[in-house]
Design a protein around this ligand. Structure first.
Ligand SMILES: Nc1nc2c(c(=O)[nH]1)N[C@H]1C(S)=C(S)[C@@H](COP(=O)(O)OP(=O)(O)OC[C@H]3O[C@@H](n4cnc5c(=O)[nH]c(N)nc54)[C@H](O)[C@@H]3O)O[C@H]1N2
Ligand SMILES: Nc1nc2c(c(=O)[nH]1)N[C@H]1C(S)=C(S)[C@@H](COP(=O)(O)OP(=O)(O)OC[C@H]3O[C@@H](n4cnc5c(=O)[nH]c(N)nc54)[C@H](O)[C@@H]3O)O[C@H]1N2
Ligand code: SF4
Ligand SMILES: [Mo]
Length: 722
């Protein structure tokens, strides 16, 4: 019998509402559902591919696996696996203490509401500070900036409220990643940009590539990658020179303008233009547009966060945003204060916390927590460096950290040295292949879930609850059941809490204590119900409205607040020092090209890499080059080339793309094999992580490696070399 079931996609932060077609407990179709969700009906190819994957494509795991001493995997019953893992963790904790255990939260974990929260519950109950995630190998430069500059509690304006969007190294048309960092809606981004342009919004895009998003731009600047510090220091220079910064905002909410003025004085527009290899007029024009805008928002995506000096680049981008008051102001409409966890917006600065200077530190570096996490790039050292408290067990939720870290010569031996590596996933990925256990967990349409991850990010208040549309395969459990099940077996009591970023799990008072009897598993519904406790919409209302609920309530506005003295620190001493270092720096010589990052619509990092449509369109991750560069190097379309950084080498297949500026080779990550790269066609592409070093060009504070603007040389591989 055929049924239609409302649900939502959990592949990315857009959380698109869907209507599934189910026949006899099997998914047979998916369509976008705009009946209630804000943003209207929309889905992308990854949403479509979710159906294939549920039904077994991409070698979907339907049983948990255990690896034996000779490296072979055999199926294992999940209860047995949890018994063995609980024993192993208990023994490690008894002998070495809780710091022996570490958690890694991957991209697949962010939208597994119950799994992600239960992972935090177990980490807190064990009492280990070793929490790692993709954030520190992604855009944690934004967290560093928040920690060094402070934050405006009023938040940033939404796309319908800005008259100028400045989008730096971010391509929401492909990545669907926008608010809170940049102006844009994550769902149906094209529609949202079109509507904004129709009402007169202007847009500046700064990207070495004329991106899909640049279609909406009034000004496109295509700099050499890795030069965002110089560009934004120069824009700050011009705003201060021309007195076009927002003095009223800064007088009240910012400090260190004099220090900033001094630090950016040498960053003239001419210097930035020369370094970035763009016409100086473009930098002047961008600054003039930013200075003239009434409601600007300046923000960045992963591009600047992946390049050298990433923390400084994001700081300078945010400093420009602060100079022009790119925040919601008192009296502004708060379009979405959150539904499950509504929060008032107040107009006040929150002083910098520099959280990493206090509290528990990493073993191998004098660095503390950034948003409650340690830097993922330090995992290899934290595992390998002998001594008490070294990490001996790692539990990975929805991630592929071996592939994500890069530098396999450093990361693979570390992961191999673990006493226990467990991966929770429905794919056997590269990290899983090194794991002792791979726990096959339920896929989104097989579990209970709720839109926690989109709560305050949807364009308007909205919440949706999705019960399972189809049952999981026998023996496949929900992510949360693993953390609870293992803890219960250890006699470790967990408290389930509605944690959110910026909160200390231990310090949250409200919580749902869970049973420690492994036979007394709480129903998933009870956890979802708990998550509805603080919000505007009851669990009953959500159950009654499977397409989601848009709560009706009076509009909320940003409230003014008395001055409590807190200020955004635009140019603290370490930032000034870093600016001076960049000023003195000479370009890395000996490399003719810069490798840049990019994403494809059809895959989510490593997930859906092997979907049908992906395999057809991207048999490899093409090494895109400007056609003039190809002609100069006598590289033909489809030719095999070698791409060599100061650290490693991969082979790739060249493809011309006139959207790219010269001097850049642009490639998507998470393709190919983690081992040496010989035949990109046979290996399904090139693993760009080999070009990254976990020792050189690592940022202070978050230890972010360099994934973009990596200096490389290219050469064609002759037939003889093969
Ligand atoms: N379809 C799809 N969506 C995804 C993902 C996916 O894999 N596929 N991944 C998700 C994840 S994990 C993330 S973090 C987000 C990322 O979301 P985005 O940040 O939007 O990622 P990209 O689409 O790669 O866009 C990055 C842009 O930065 C540019 N760039 C590279 N280097 C530099 C530089 O040095 N300076 C400047 N100014 N620009 C530069 C690139 O040319 C590219 O256009 O996307 C998420 N969404
Ligand atoms: N060289 C290079 N390195 C990079 C990047 C780059 O651009 N270049 N990008 C960086 C970025 S931005 C990121 S975010 C990281 C990504 O690094 P990771 O997040 O570690 O890698 P992913 O491939 O996204 O891993 C996601 C896994 O989650 C699984 N999954 C999906 N949904 C679920 C679920 O509901 N439950 C469970 N249990 N599993 C699920 C998928 O099958 C997949 O195996 O890599 C970083 N590394
Ligand atoms: S944009 Fe695509 S992957 Fe993201 S939630 Fe929507 S359908 Fe899913
Ligand atoms: Mo990411």
């Amino acid at each position: 019998m055929q049924r239609k079931v409302k649900s939502f996609c959990r592949n990315c932060s857009a959380l698109c509402a869907m209507e599934l077609t189910v026949e006899d407990d099997r998914l047979t179709g998916v369509a976008p559902d705009g009946s209630v969700a804000p943003g209207g009906a929309y889905i992308c190819p990854k949403g479509l591919a979710a159906v294939e994957f549920h039904n077994g494509a991409e070698d979907r795991l339907t049983t948990s696996l255990k690896r034996d001493g000779s490296g072979n995997f055999a199926p294992i019953a999940v209860d047995r696996a949890m018994d063995e893992i609980a024993d192993a963790i208990a023994a490690l904790v008894a002998e070495h203490g809780p710091r022996a255990i570490a958690f890694y939260h991957g991209t697949g974990a962010y939208r597994a509401a119950l799994g992600g929260l239960m992972e935090r519950a177990m980490c807190s109950a064990l009492g280990t500070p070793n929490f790692f995630s993709t954030m520190t190998i992604d855009q944690s430069a934004k967290w560093v900036t928040m920690g060094r500059m402070g934050v405006m509690a009023s938040g940033k304006p939404r796309l319908p409220d800005v008259d100028l969007a400045v989008i730096v190294g971010n391509n929401p048309m492909v990545s669907h990643q926008a608010f809170p960092f940049i102006a844009g809606e994550s769902k149906a981004p094209g529609r949202a940009f079109e509507a904004a342009r129709a009402r007169g919004m202007k847009m500046i895009v700064i990207d070495p590539r004329r991106t899909e998003t640049a279609r909406f731009a009034d000004l496109l600047i295509q700099p050499l990658p890795g030069q965002d510090v110089a560009i934004f220091a120069a824009i700050a220079h011009i705003l201060l020179r021309d007195e076009t910064w927002n003095r009223a905002f800064c007088d009240r909410f910012a400090s260190q303008i004099a220090q900033l003025r001094e630090a950016v004085a040498p960053f003239t527009p001419e210097l930035a233009a020369e370094r970035a290899d763009v016409p100086v007029e473009q930098i002047e024009e961008a600054a003039a547009m930013i200075g003239a805008a009434k409601r600007p928002l300046v923000g960045s995506g992963s591009g600047p966060s992946f390049a050298d000096h990433s923390n400084l680049a994001d700081h300078m981008i945010e400093a420009v945003n602060a100079l022009v008051g790119g925040y919601r102001r008192a009296g502004d409409l708060v379009r979405n204060p959150g539904t499950l966890k509504p929060r008032p917006a107040i107009e006040t600065a929150i002083a910098p916390t520099r959280s990493w200077e206090r509290g528990p530190k990493c073993r191998t570096r004098d660095i503390g927590h950034l948003m409650g996490e340690f830097p993922t790039a330090l995992l290899p050292d934290e595992i390998l460096t002998p001594g008490p408290d070294k990490i001996r067990a790692l539990i990975v939720l929805g991630g592929n950290p071996l592939m994500g870290l890069g530098d396999p010569a450093r990361s693979v031996p570390a992961f191999e040295a673990l006493d226990l590596l467990v991966c929770l996933d429905a794919r056997l990925n590269e990290t899983g292949r090194h794991a002792d256990y791979v726990i096959a967990t339920a896929q989104p349409f097989e579990r209970h879930d709720i839109t926690v991850a989109g709560d305050a990010a949807f364009p308007e208040p909205f919440v949706q609850y999705a019960p399972p549309a189809v049952p999981p395969p026998d023996g496949v459990i929900d992510d949360w059941e693993f953390y609870w099940g293992v803890s219960a077996r250890m006699g470790l009591p967990l408290t389930f809490k509605h944690w959110g970023y910026g909160q200390n799990y231990d310090a949250i008072e409200r919580g749902l204590p869970l049973p420690t009897d492994p036979a007394a598993k709480p129903p998933s519904e009870s956890l979802i119900e708990f998550l509805c406790d603080e919000g505007d919409v009851t669990f009953e209302a959500l159950q009654a409205s499977p397409a989601g609920v848009r709560p009706e309530r009076p509009p909320q506005y940003v409230r003014a607040m008395d001055d409590n003295g807190a200020r955004l620190e635009l140019c603290p001493p370490d930032v000034a020092t870093e600016l001076a270092e960049v000023l003195r720096e000479t370009p890395e010589t000996g490399f003719a090209f810069r490798l840049t990052s990019r994403r494809v619509l059809e895959a989510m990092n490593g997930a859906y890499r092997d979907s049908k449509r992906m395999a057809r369109r991207y048999p490899v991750n093409w090494a895109y080059l400007n056609p003039d560069d190809m002609a100069d190097l006598s590289i033909e379309d489809g030719a095999t080339i070698e791409i060599e950084s100061g650290h490693g080498l991969v082979r790739g297949i060249a493809k011309g793309e006139d959207r790219l500026r010269r001097g850049v080779v642009s490639m998507t990550h998470f393709f190919g094999v983690i081992g040496p790269s010989r035949d990109p066609v046979a290996e399904r592409g090139s693993y760009t992580g080999r070009l990254t070093s976990l020792d050189d060009h690592i940022q202070a504070i978050n230890f972010m490696p360099r994934f973009s603007a990596v200096p490389v040389n290219l050469r064609p591989v002759s037939a003889l070399q093969g």
